[in-house]
Write a protein that binds this ligand. Sequence first.
Ligand code: 6PG
Length: 468
Amino acid sequence: MKYDFGMVGLGVMGRNFILNVADNGFTAIGNDLDDEKVNALIEEGGDTKKVNATTDSKTFLDSLSTPRKIMLLVPAGKIVDIVIEGLLPDLDEGDLIIDGGNSFYTDTDRREAYLSKKGINFFGAGVSGGAKGARKGPSIMPGGNREAYQHVKPIFEAVAAKYQGEPCVAYLGPKSAGNYVKMVHNGIEYGLMQLTSEIYDVLKKGASYSNDELHSTFHQWNEGRLQSFLVEITSEIFEQEDDLGDGRLVDQILDKAKQKGTGKWISQNAMDLGIPVPSIDIAVSMREISALKEERIYADDLYDRPEVEQLDKKKIEKLTEEALYFSFIITYAQGLHQLADASKEYGYELDIAEIAKIWRAGCIIRAGLLADITNAFKADPALPNLLLSPTFVEKVQGTVDSARELVAFGAGNGIPLPGLSNSLTYFDAYTSSRLPLNLIQAQRDYFGSHTYERLDRQGIFHTEWEKE
Ligand code: 6PG
């Protein structure tokens, strides 16, 4: 028997994805060097007769129908190259390799160029939704050769999460478009997570919210315009009892946030492209500050901090809900702005409405807001920034005052709200027709003869600033 789909890497993501493929009527075979993982998959899915697994690469490749559709769910980096080299001698022209990991987009470009010379189609496909998403329906972001995508399209559409019946997968563009879009997804993910943690802090410190109150507040928000996966899981986190001690688990978790690097990549690339994404940059920086736990403990003793003023619960709940909604919008706006500019720079031909559409379910940043974002970009596909969409003007205008009040409250009371304040600053700067950077131009020209342009006439000017 020949299998429809192959998976290399039977860790939790690979195993779950393959079981999902089988649930949707396709046959699939997995390959891993680890006997235990191979046996575990056979045990879990073998009865269906739709799933098999082997440690032997040759058997794996011989068991696949052609063109072979082989997905890799292995750790990003060197291992991807090693796996590709291992498969290569037994592949045929026209076969597809789909890298489903969080590979860096330039690695995908390199691999795609290398493999296309050998007649092999290489896809970088971001897969979001964690282990549960892989099992029940992830959001999939594939990029590569458009014609070759048709071979895997029916499988991906079947396994992907559905939003009102529509699959959360679409061909996104050539080369590394899929990995790039996933990288930006992760940057937005970092931004939203940072904002959520700030709101948690302010509710706790500014109005002594208990974990039960936090649970019910986030739960209630998840029923409204803040409806999103991250708000939903946040609400559940506050309920979780600590199995190893008394009270709630969240209070015992060390406040050092780890990162695998994808959030950092978006900031680095945004700097290279000259695109401002400060809500995402600060989310990366905050994970770095959080890692300095020992220094933070020492510094805490050196400085005084204002006593936190207590706010009325009704008031703080309104402020935080509105500020969170405002800053979520700003974070999506920055990420999507980066996608639009990167698309021009790298020739991805991205359709932003299509991307927002496949993020509506399955992925970590899924949110009710994405339906509105999809519609905004459908109405104007060339929209340079979400903040310029007429439908978003009202949403932002209606919530920005709460963001201002909360940022001022944080600053006055020594509660760090950097994601929120960076979002507000970005908004205030982006919507200012005149910024004070004329002075920077004057300074540059003063000390370095770097020249400047004028408001009132065309041309490049230089002034001898120094008086004798
Ligand atoms: C997803 C996630 C996932 C990511 C983890 C960890 O979309 O399912 O983005 O791909 O790897 O969230 O990321 P960090 O370790 O960088 O927080």
